[in-house]
Design a protein around this ligand. Structure first.
Ligand code: G3H
Ligand code: 13P
Ligand code: ZN
Length: 321
């Protein structure tokens, strides 16, 4: 069924696991994700960005998610707006069938963030919809906003109680060193292990723990949590792509976060990489193919395999539906 995230987050918090929040932009992505979740009995958040609505159209996205709800009768599915930039965008999703919205005013001053978030919460709650808000800024790229590492800042734990109390938000995204996109860290920010492989700087688990202490039982969200698997990047580069120095968040760190207060882990870049690696390889091996089904079928399977791996090995939400 189509649900809000309230119950899935409560169970995830108490059970020491996290729900996967995957960005959807087309039919193959919706199918790949939800087939994996249905097979693994995993609750899931399907999230739609402003860019996704601009690309695929609100109605198409909502109807594809509704189709997935029919095809996957055994699992709870939440339909969530990712990075809602303002009240109007959130309102249009609340009115248009979403069960959850994010209002992201994290780049604005604290009081403005509180005011806009509060306004969204009032409207959302009156319509049975839940709200994710954000404190602290991540580095990286989201929609048209680019934040350099120097301008990013970790969440200040001393602000979280006041923010949650004043806004009434239902979950909180925090900045502890994750970042959007496939290039989360520059090589200069990383160290190299014995094999010469880049190792990113560790996440700030001290900040997460401090936040959790101040907000006991409250669901925390991690954005920018793709792992940028080596196998995808290598396959892309082996088949004509050029993604040097792509690097993500190590899976062990995400597993650890999922056991703590983090209830929702956002993944988009790994979907893009899985699809691109599959299609590049396919075109290299079958230069004669031109029926989109020939390359989109394995691409959809690649999304499904990647999501299955996350559910079982990173999020721990398999068998929880
Ligand atoms: O946070 C960013 C998500 O990956 C969505 O990306 O805005 O390009 O759809 P997008
Ligand atoms: P990634 O770019 O790490 O996949 O993050 C996605 C995200 O946070 C969507 O809101
Ligand atoms: Zn995000």
């Amino acid at each position: 069924p189509l649900v809000t995230t309230t119950e899935m987050f409560k169970k995830a918090y108490d059970g020491g696991y996290a729900i996967g929040a995957f960005n959807v932009n087309n039919m193959e992505i919706v199918q790949g994700i939800t087939e994996a979740c249905q097979e693994q009995h995993a609750p899931v958040v399907l999230q739609v960005s402003k860019g996704a609505r601009a690309y695929a159209n609100h109605t198409y996205l909502v109807k594809m998610v509704e189709a997935a709800v029919i095809e996957c009768p055994d699992i709870p599915i939440a339909l969530h707006l990712d990075h809602g930039p303002d009240f109007e965008t959130c309102k249009s999703c609340i009115d248009g069938g979403f069960t959850s919205v994010m209002i992201d005013c994290s780049s604005r001053p604290f009081d403005e963030n509180v005011e806009e978030t509060k306004k969204v919460v009032e409207y959302a709650h009156a319509h049975g919809v839940v709200v994710e808000a954000e404190l602290g800024t991540l580095a990286g790229v989201e929609d048209d906003v680019k934040v350099s590492a120097a301008d990013s800042s970790y969440t200040h734990p001393e602000e979280v109680e006041e923010f949650v109390t004043r806004t009434g938000c239902d979950s909180l995204a925090i900045a502890i060193g994750t970042s959007h996109g496939a290039y989360k860290f520059t090589p200069e920010q990383c160290t190299r292990n014995e094999q010469g492989i880049l190792v990113p700087p560790p996440l700030r688990f001290d900040v997460l723990e401090e936040v959790s202490k101040r907000l006991p039982g409250f669901p925390i969200v991690l954005h920018g949590s793709s792992s940028v698997p080596r196998e995808f990047v290598d396959k892309i580069n082996a088949h004509g792509g050029k993604m040097p120095d792509a690097i993500g968040i190590p899976e062990e760190e995400l597993r650890h976060a999922a056991q703590l207060s983090v209830c929702k882990i956002n993944i988009d870049s790994d979907i893009r990489l899985a699809i691109t690696a599959s299609i590049r390889e396919h075109f290299d091996e079958h230069p004669d193919h031109f029926d989109p089904r020939q390359y989109l079928k394995p691409a959809r399977q690649a999304v499904k395999d990647m999501v299955t791996h996350k559910l079982i090995n990173v999020l721990g939400c398999n068998g929880k539906a």
